[in-house]
Design a binder for this molecule. Structure first.
Ligand SMILES: C[S@@+](CC[C@H](N)C(=O)[O-])C[C@H]1O[C@@H](n2cnc3c(N)ncnc32)[C@H](O)[C@@H]1O
Length: 253
C-alpha cells in the first residue's frame, strides 16, 4: 500500500484516473484526453534535447512521474537504459505489462530511492506541475541534482504561467488561486488544502510558475539551463509550458 504521506501528496487523483483508464482499456495518460501518447510538441523538444552535444548519447535515464512510460520507451529506443518512477501503482503495473524494455517502480519524486550520482539523464515526465507544495518542489529539484552525475542532464517538461482561462483549464472545470489550479477530485474533502466551491470539493492538483521562477529554481540546485523553450498560453492552449535542458554542475560539496 502507498504510504499515507504519498497518497496525500498524489491527492488520489492520479491513482483514481489510472484505475479508470485500466478499466477502460487505455494505456497512456494522454489517451484520457484523446491525445497522442507523447504530446507532439514535447516529442519535438525531446528530439532537439537529445541532439544537443552536451546531452549524453547513452547511459541511464530516469523518468520521474513516468506513468505507463510512453516517453521512457521512446527514449530507450535511442540506446539508453531506462528507469521510471511513479506514485501510482496502477500506472506502474500497466507500464510493466506493456513492455520489459524499461524498469518501473512505484515511488515518490521527492524521495527517490536511487543512488547519488548514478544517472546520466533525468526526465521530468510532466510531474513537477503535480507537486503543489513549496517543500515538495524544492525536494524534487534536490533529488534530481543528487541522482544526476556531474555533467548529467535534466530535461524539464512542465506547465507554466501565464494561464489564459481562470475557470476552465485543460477543458476541465476548476479554478485557479494564485499559482495553484483546484479541480474536483474524488475524496478531495479529506485533504488539508481542499476548498468547497459551488457545492463541490476541490483539491489542488497542479501548480504553475512563471518561466523565470522555474529557471531560478533550476539554478538554485546547480542545474544550469542550456536549452529553454517557452510556450505562452493561447486560445487553444489555456496553460503555458516550459521545456528545458539543464546541465548538472561539478561535484557536490
Ligand atoms: C501528467 S502525468 C504524465 C505521465 C507520463 N509521464 C506520461 O507521459 O504519460 C504525471 C504523472 O506524475 C505522477 N506523479 C504525481 N505526483 C507524483 C509524485 N509525488 N511522485 C511520483 N510521481 C508522481 C502521476 O501519477 C502521473 O503519472
Amino acid at each position: 500500500m502507498m504510504s499515507p504521506r504519498v497518497r496525500k501528496k498524489a491527492y488520489e487523483a492520479h491513482e483514481v484516473a489510472y484505475r479508470r483508464m485500466a478499466r477502460e482499456g487505455m494505456t497512456t495518460w494522454n489517451e484520457r484526453l484523446g491525445q497522442p501518447a507523447i504530446d507532439p510538441d514535447q516529442l519535438r523538444f525531446l528530439r532537439d534535447a537529445f541532439a544537443q552535444p552536451y546531452v549524453p548519447r547513452s547511459g541511464r535515464v530516469l523518468e520521474v512521474g513516468c506513468g505507463t512510460a510512453p516517453m521512457l520507451r521512446w527514449i530507450v529506443k535511442r540506446g539508453f537504459e531506462g528507469m521510471g518512477v511513479d506514485v501510482s501503482r496502477t500506472a506502474i503495473a500497466l507500464g510493466r505489462s506493456l513492455s520489459r524494455d524499461v524498469t518501473l517502480r512505484v515511488g515518490d519524486a521527492t524521495r527517490l530511492r536511487v543512488a547519488s550520482g548514478s544517472i546520466d539523464v533525468v526526465v521530468d515526465g510532466n510531474c513537477l506541475h503535480c507537486l503543489v507544495d513549496d517543500r515538495d518542489r524544492v525536494a524534487f529539484h534536490r533529488e534530481v541534482a543528487r541522482v544526476l552525475r556531474p555533467g548529467g542532464c535534466f530535461v524539464l517538461l512542465t506547465m507554466a504561467r501565464p494561464i489564459a482561462s481562470r475557470r476552465r483549464v485543460g477543458g476541465r472545470p476548476g479554478f485557479v488561486d494564485g499559482n495553484v489550479l483546484y479541480q474536483p477530485v474524488p475524496g478531495a474533502r479529506r485533504y488539508r488544502r481542499a476548498r468547497r466551491v459551488g457545492g463541490g470539493w476541490h483539491a489542488p492538483p497542479r501548480r504553475f510558475e512563471t518561466a523565470s521562477a522555474l529557471l531560478r529554481m533550476l539554478r538554485a540546485h546547480d542545474l544550469e539551463p542550456r536549452l529553454v523553450r517557452i510556450v505562452k498560453s493561447s486560445a487553444e492552449e489555456p496553460v503555458g509550458h516550459v521545456a528545458a535542458v539543464a546541465v548538472r554542475g561539478g561535484p557536490r560539496r
